[in-house]
Unconditional design. Structure first.
Length: 479
């Protein structure tokens, strides 16, 4: 059969203008870092240097805290309606400039433009609109006279959904009357820097939003600052544990959104083709760099062969390559370090006895790439069944009875999310009751809404983001 020739469709990057160098954002201005140090941010799909950003140190965090203190004096005097006006303005500007943000996110982080354009940016705007709507209704909801904002909130975000994580954190914090010092991930600072420009454009009072770029030492300095009253963190369980230890002797609010190893359970009565699609979306979305990724396929034994054969066929059609190509399904791995981590865990999976399937696609020569990968014949004790790989790698485990499916699914130190695929509503309710996970999807996966709380159990962290629960995380009982 003749096949059509592939024609790429590249989104233009000329819409974004990236400065050669960025400072730290406090007192409503970009300022040179006291550290006088910078680090380079690169595009993981080409290894091209995009810009240099400040490497903030303790003294830069001190400056941001002083700025936040003066911002708080102004912000705390505004009514909820006045705070809402700024948040609505930010939401509208994000919508207006969403193409620019999407291209920048794909350039700096490597994710496919169809995801940054059609998932990240609409969600970012939706979060700002949603929390803007709450700012003047807090009294109605909880009689907030007994509750007050923390004051200065430190927020540390990861590289997998840079602007979306910013919106999950910044919008509810500002809506509830807090001021923010944000530390974005070392490898993806550019959309947060563009967001700081938007704060200037909407006339947000200086000091209400502060941004200190840098590395892990910058994040640690933020955590250690005694005038920061709440830390909201998303990232690895190891750093989450460090933050919990570091703040144990302080009166401080803490939200930790950490890793996951979600089970996507497929029962033998599921609609197989839809379930294959859901499993593909569950693990290959955003290169598998997703804390709630369905990274364990928990499959009923009697449909194993049929399901795996359909899954492998579907995986072969995934297009890996240039994140700015509108047809790309899987973009670049975010960094060399993450690629090395994925490769090493996959090699361990092979050594332990797992059977590996990888797609035949061509990979670009420059940049960091990993083929969509499926393990079968894996045991629950294998590292690939237990550890968060955070890449496009799916591990299959099988079960015979529903009870066994639950036992296998809960046999993890994490508890962030899970998926259930079955035609029977009663089975969905039965399984959801027994799964230890903060978010459970049924006959779908990776569905998000700003009104829905998100967060984990066990080593996936504590506290909730999103919805009314997410707002409460930024309010404390008045002493
Ligand atoms: P980290 O937990 O190191 O990074 C998350 C954020 O924390 C980044 O902004 C990072 O800064 C910052 N940070 C690092 N060290 C400290 C510290 N001591 N104190 C305060 N902040 C700190 O994740 P990695 O980027 O190293 O990824 C490692 C693994 O973590 C991944 O392979 C994945 O398994 C998991 N992960 C989970 C995420 C989730 O959404 N739950 C998100 C990202 C990673 P910087 O980037 O500058 O080092």
């Amino acid at each position: 059969m003749n096949t059509w020739e592939y024609a790429e469709s590249i989104e233009s990057s000329s819409i974004v203008s990236i400065e050669k160098k960025y400072g730290i954002f406090f007192d409503g201005q970009f300022q040179s870092p006291n550290s006088k140090k910078y680090l380079k941010t690169i595009s993981p799909s080409t290894e091209e240097v995009l810009s240099s950003v400040a490497l903030g140190n303790k003294s830069d965090i001190d400056s941001a805290v002083e700025s936040a203190k003066s911002g708080l004096k102004v912000w705390s005097k505004l009514s909820g309606t006045q705070r809402a006006k700024y948040l609505f303005k930010l939401a509208r500007l994000i919508q207006e400039r969403s193409r620019e943000f999407a291209v920048l996110e794909s350039l700096d982080g490597g994710k496919p433009i169809k995801e940054s354009r059609d998932f990240d940016l609409p969600q970012v705007a939706a979060n700002f609109f949603y929390f803007a709507g709450w700012a003047d209704k807090l009294d109605i909801s909880w009689n907030t006279k007994g509750l007050k904002p923390y004051g200065i909130v430190g927020q540390i975000i990861p590289w997998n959904f840079p602007l979306l994580m910013l919106s999950w954190k910044v919008a509810p914090a500002l809506a509830t009357g807090n001021v923010v010092i944000l530390k974005p991930a070392e490898s993806t600072p550019l959309t947060a820097l563009l967001f700081a420009e938007l704060c200037q454009e909407v006339g947000l009072p200086p000091g209400v939003f502060n941004l200190v770029t840098g590395d892990g030492t910058t994040g640690a300095a933020l955590v250690q600052h005694p005038d920061v009253s709440k830390i909201a963190f998303t990232g690895s369980t190891a750093v989450g544990k460090y933050i919990q230890n570091e703040t144990a002797d302080r009166d401080i609010g803490l939200t930790l959104e950490l890793g996951g190893k979600a089970a996507n359970i497929v029962f033998n009565d599921a609609a197989i083709d839809q379930a294959v699609e859901g499993v593909v979306n569950g693990i290959f979305f955003n290169q598998g760099h997703v804390c709630c990724a369905g990274s364990r396929l928990v499959l009923q034994e009697d449909i194993h062969d049929e399901f795996v054969s359909k899954l492998e066929k579907r995986m072969q059609s995934l297009r890996v390559g240039n994140p700015l190509d509108k047809n790309t399904d899987i973009g670049a791995i975010n960094s060399k370090e993450q690629l090395d981590k994925i490769s090493s865990l996959v090699n361990e999976g092979i050594a332990e006895g797992g059977s590996i399937f990888q797609t035949d696609c061509d990979l670009p020569t420059d940049g960091y790439w990993f083929r969509p990968t499926l393990f079968t014949n894996a045991q629950p004790s294998y590292k690939i069944s237990r550890e968060e790989i955070f890449g496009p790698v799916l591990t299959t485990l099988t079960f015979r009875t529903p009870e066994e499916a639950i036992e296998i699914s809960n046999n993890t130190e994490y508890g962030l999310s899970a998926g259930i695929w079955t035609e029977k509503g009663s089975k969905i309710l039965w399984a959801a009751d027994r799964l230890q996970a903060g978010v459970i999807w049924a006959n779908t996966f990776n569905k998000f809404d700003p009104s829905s709380p998100f967060g984990g159990y066990k080593e996936s962290g504590f506290g909730r983001e999103g919805g009314r629960h997410g707002l409460l995380s930024y309010l404390k009982v008045q002493s």
